[in-house]
Design a protein. Sequence first.
Length: 119
Amino acid sequence: MTTNTCTCCFTDYLVKCTETIDVFAKLSPATAYKWVITDKFNRQYSGDFETDEQGFWEIPVSELPAGLLTEFSGEFTLQVFAALDDCAPVKFQVSQITDCITFGVRAGTREKNNLGCNF
């Protein structure tokens, strides 16, 4: 059986994130990692996290600069690294195996604060 690996990013979007960005990108359960978000100007923001028992995790919006996530912000790239190794991104499962998520923020009243697939 061949595993579908992708060198491209999974594409998604957010609408109105108030407290957390729930990331449904399956990693090893109860394991420490580091998330890195890169904006359209190549500025990077990062934080540490530990996955839950299903391998999912969240990013507290309070760990990002105020006003960063707007519909005028352009595209972002989210990558995950092992807690003590930032040489190469960790691969994770969304709808396929990949090593990043690109996302934007859309305007509207809908609340969508998750990236990935809740499977």
